[in-house]
Design a protein around this ligand. Structure first.
Ligand code: ADP
Ligand code: MG
Length: 354
């Protein structure tokens, strides 16, 4: 998969809008780079207003760009001097609210994008795509008769049916129940993978992005801060912003020791990289909830400050002797009371420091 041919390549992209007062321009996207291989699923992850939808609209061709370049299949589709019209880009889009036609049934919705085919073939192709999203029995149903998750699958089938090179999805789960989102994200991943479809979605929810994407770009203020696999983002965040955004964690102070070790309140940790020049210096060490294990027999104690039941485990907020609060996932049969002191131990693979 790493050697997949590049399908989408964005270089140094900049997009701005007229400012609200009408006198100047405001930058929405700046110095944005990304590469997506054929068959890969990418995700732009960032908080509201960071420029995610603007990037998708620019790839579709709905937005003109101010600088940089967008290439699809090694052909420039957007640059300062060239703009390929949206209908010639072979890019499909799934909108946040699915935008199904309410007066057309499910099969007609999917067939809508197949005007280039003779009418008989149109419904057999539409039926085929309906099968691929496991909704063959809903061909005659109208959108309002379907659940949110089913409507979303119809929207996906409609986008896939004309066989575009790339499908873009703008916050495809945000209008669905929170409990459903992660499951639907992995379901959608299976459908996209089974059909070898290249997709780029945007979301503000890291669990969704982890469930669906091969590569994630963490965005901040119009830039992709880090473009990487979910695993690398979690274990090797390039800066504090990414570390803060991904996973639940806190930064604690540490003092660098000889032999590439760092001493924190909870003990000594081995560092991955060379810190021989920093001995004696103070650095920040990231402690995530899964770095802390609960062990009834550990001499190291922390006080339970808050806890959230999550089914299989609790998310505990624990106060250390110094007053610093850290997080820990604890199996839910360890139901300790608020205020109680419990034993903890460190279980860190990669130490992340800044
Ligand atoms: P996101 O999808 O990440 O929430 P957007 O791409 O929608 O972010 O917006 C990025 C920035 O550009 C925001 O500050 C937003 O207010 C601004 N913006 C988006 N669309 C327009 C527009 N049509 N006119 C002016 N400003 C816009
Ligand atoms: Mg948006």
């Amino acid at each position: 998969m790493n050697f997949a041919r590049t399908l989408l390549s964005i270089k140094d992209l900049e997009i701005d809008y007229p400012s609200r007062d009408g006198h100047g321009r405001v930058t929405a996207v700046k110095s944005l780079y990304l590469n997506l291989g054929q068959g890969e699923i990418g995700c732009l992850l960032g908080s509201s207003g960071c420029g995610k939808s603007t990037v998708l609209r620019a790839i579709c061709g709905f937005e003109h760009i101010k600088a940089g370049e967008i290439q699809l299949r090694d052909k420039v589709v957007s640059s300062l001097s060239f703009h390929l019209p949206p209908n010639q880009r072979r890019v499909g889009m799934v909108f946040q609210d699915f935008a199904l036609f309410p007066h057309l049934n499910v099969l007609e919705n999917i067939a809508f994008g197949l005007q280039h085919l003779p009418s008989q073939q149109r419904s057999s192709v539409a039926m085929e795509w309906l099968k691929r999203v496991s909704l063959s029995d809903k061909a005659e149903a109208y959108p309002h008769e379907l659940s949110g998750g089913q409507q979303q699958r119809v929207a996906l089938a409609r986008a896939m049916a004309p066989e575009p090179d790339l499908i873009l999805l703008d916050e495809p789960f945000s209008s669905l129940d929170i409990e459903l989102r992660e499951r639907l994200a992995s379901e959608m991943r299976e459908i996209l993978k089974a059909n070898n479809i290249t997709a780029l979605l945007v979301t503000h929810d890291q669990y969704e992005s982890f469930a669906i994407a091969d590569k994630i770009g963490v965005m901040s203020e119009g830039k992709v801060v880090q473009w990487n696999t979910p695993y690398e983002l979690y274990h090797k965040p390039v800066n504090r912003y990414v570390a803060d955004f991904i996973g639940r964690g806190v930064f604690v102070k540490g003092i660098v020791q000889p032999n590439n070790k760092v001493r924190i309140e909870l003990g000594e940790l081995q560092l991955d990289n060379d810190h021989s020049k920093d001995v004696g210096k103070e650095i920040d060490v990231l402690l995530r909830a899964d770095d802390i294990q609960h062990d009834d027999h550990s001499p190291m104690q922390a006080e339970v400050v808050r806890k959230t039941f999550r089914g299989a485990d609790f998310l505990y907020v624990l106060k250390l002797a110094s007053g610093i609060e850290i997080y820990a996932f604890v199996p839910s049969h360890h139901d300790h009371a608020i205020g109680e002191k419990i034993g903890i131990a460190l279980a860190i693979d990669h130490v992340v420091t800044f």
